[in-house]
Design a protein around this ligand. Structure first.
Ligand code: 16G
Length: 236
């Protein structure tokens, strides 16, 4: 199966086999692939080579690892339109996935200059600082750090943001959410990001910075997020 005389590296030949298995639906989306031990035997190569092949496909987003349970064929990427603002919870619901959050920071503090400027508030105002790991079907997709003017979201609790920040603003506060202005850039996962998002250090991350406004034009959220490049796609 593997041609050891070929100038094509062995890990690459293994990747081609795996891609072919997925294409021909021998390995189905969302299902576990054989263990490293089985692949090592099957391809007659070292465990290191199998590991290199699998890691490459994990970084590309074709395979994904689930902590403690093995490696799986990835489902398609979650897509998000960049022009409108859609809550993460709704986006997941639209795709039949279950959204959940792990709150890593929830506090009220004074804004720094960049936040105050983006939110068009003075430095003396308070803001909520909320950092959440957002998951879809238990798989980490993004880290979101939202800065929201306190006066606009007064009464917001951890339980609210455990569920949906935008639902709180729309339903409990009665705001009509408008649109957003953002910038996107590619970065490599730092040690902290790789740990929080369960990806390898240096794997591709999309970093987005956005100011979201109400229909009235007033900014209500300054958000900085890091999305796992292999699990997420933005489109315009
Ligand atoms: C989206 C927004 C984010 C917002 C979150 C609210 C983008 C790029 N990001 O992920 O700014 O905080 O939704 O989600 O659109 P929630 O209502 O589920 O808390």
């Amino acid at each position: 199966m593997i041609n050891k005389e070929s100038p094509i590296p062995m890990y690459y030949q293994i990747q081609e086999h795996i891609r072919e298995n997925i294409k021909q639906h021998k390995w189905a989306k969302g299902e576990a692939i054989p263990s490293e031990r089985i692949l090592t035997e099957q391809f007659g190569v070292s465990r290191m080579t199998v590991r290199q092949a699998v890691q490459g496909l994990v970084d590309e987003g074709i395979l994904m690892r689930k902590r403690g349970s093995g490696t799986y064929v990835s489902n398609e990427k979650v897509e998000q339109p960049l022009k409108e603002i859609t809550s993460f919870t709704k986006l997941m619901e639209q795709r039949g996935m279950k959204a959940s959050s792990k709150i890593t920071v929830f506090t009220v503090r004074k804004p720094n200059e960049i936040e105050a400027e983006n939110l068009k508030i003075s430095l003396g105002f308070d803001v909520y600082h909320i950092e959440r790991i957002r998951l879809g079907d238990q798989i980490p997709i993004a880290i979101e750090t939202s800065i929201v003017p306190y006066y606009m979201a007064e009464g917001l609790t951890e339980a609210d943001v455990q569920h949906s920040l935008y639902e709180f603003l729309e339903v409990k506060k009665g705001y009509s959410l408008g649109d957003g202005q953002q910038s996107v850039e590619a970065i490599a996962a730092s040690k902290r990001i790789s740990k929080l998002l369960d990806v390898a250090i240096d794997s591709p991350i999309l970093q987005i910075e956005r100011v979201a406004t109400l229909k009235t034009g007033a900014p209500f959220e300054y958000v900085r997020s890091q999305y796992v490049g292999s699990r997420f796609k933005f489109y315009l």
